[in-house]
Each structure stands twice: as structure tokens, then as C-alpha cells.
Design a protein around this ligand. Sequence first.
Ligand SMILES: [Zn+2]
Length: 272
Amino acid sequence: MGLLIIGIIFSFLLGSALGSFVHCWAHRLYSGEGFRRHSYCPQCGQLLAWYNNIPIFSYLRLKGKCASCHKKIPQDYFWSELLAGGLLVIAFLAAWCHLGGEEGIWVAITSIKGWLVALQAIIGLVILMLVFWTDYWWLAIFTGPLLIGGVIVGLLKWLTGESLVNMVLGGLIGGLFFALQFWASKGRWIGEGDIYLGIFLGIWLGWPFIILAIFGAYIFGAIIGLLLIAMGHKAWTSKLPLGVFLAPSGWLCFLWGQQAMEAYLRLIGVAN
Ligand SMILES: [Zn+2]
């Protein structure tokens, strides 16, 4: 039981720190600043002291205001930290269930393979959060992180003994799925960045889970679209890019793709 609590707390702290970093990274990619400067207030430019830069805690303690200029700090700073923390806790709980509880987790944290898989989850989370905090029509500026992330994840998977052919196949399917739509519509349906997101997801999830992730994104999109229409926000539905749904769908497929695929095969009677 102790390990479960420690794992949840550790995952949340690590996730919220990652979320804070990724949110900052997304902003700096847009502005082209890079990371040489320390964290600063988005309103007055004042550099943040370390105790005002602790994820979630500092935001709540300062009630969402800058310690020096007292202007409101945008809420997405807070949400990015909470969301990433929550997602990493979910990943830890998924691993806990997959591995059969405390004993399985011990085996994983004392093996190199366990760490390699955990690193894949962390890189996947960073890349997906980075994509999540964009406005999607500018996804092309994330080409670098998406491709470098894909190569690193591919290397980590290869080190755990996964098939290189499978990753290349996944990357090709993910990339081509969006590339064909991009060419067919001359960039009107989807942006160039979606192609790179497709390649990253394909390498990360592999075949056949990349298909599941794309399929899941359309289902997510349809559900949210219908909800928005039901709530009277019809105009929003035409503005929702697929990338918004690809990120959560990819994350779910990474955590539960195998289980979902097995359940599906049982359902249609191919396996038992
Ligand atoms: Zn300020």
C-alpha cells in the first residue's frame, strides 16, 4: 500500500513539474526565445524566485497573481501543471494494474526495461502536452520536438527489444494518413504539423495501435462535436482541429491499447 501512495505522489510531482516546463517550452517556441532566460512573469517580466516557481503550490499560494506586479497570471499555467500531474498519476495507476500491483512495480523499478518504458511514457507525455498547448494551426513549429521525440522514443523501444520494422511501419502509416489528406486538400483540412504528429504517434505506439489512436481521435471528436452542438456552440465544432483529440487518444492507446485491442478481438470472436 505504501508503494502505491508514494508512486501516486511522486508521479504527480514529476508530472506537474513536467507540465510547467512544457507549458513554458510551448510559449518559448512561439516567441523563439529559447531557454537561456530563467522563468519570469508573463506580465511584468520580473524573474521568478525559486519559491514562486513551484508547480501548483506557488500558483495557489499567490492566488494566481504575480508576486511583484500582482497582475493575474493566465490560468493555463495552473491547468498545464495540474493536467500533466494528473496524467502521470493515471499512467502510474495503469502500470500498477498492468503489472499486478506492488510486486510487479518493484520488479519494474529494479529493471532497466522498466525504466526504459517509464521514459517512453514521460517523453510521450511531454510531446503530447506540447502539442496540446498549441493553437494547432501553428503545429509546424513543433516539427523539431516531434521528430526528435520520435527518434528518442524509437531508440528506447528498440533497447527494450521492440521491432524496428513495427515502429517504421507505424510511423509511415501515421505520417501518410495525414500527408495524403494534406496533399489532397492542399492544406485546407489539416496542417503540415499533423503529419509530424502522425509520424511521432506512429513510432511511439507502433502498428496496429496507431490506427486505434487515429480512430479514437475521430470518435472523441464526434462526441465532443455533438456535445457542443447540444450545448448550442455549433460554431465551435468547425474550428476543432483533429490534433486536439489525437493527443488524448494517443495517450489512452499507449496506456491501454493492448487491452482495448484484445477486448475488441474477443468481441468480434477472433480471439478468446
Ligand atoms: Zn509580474
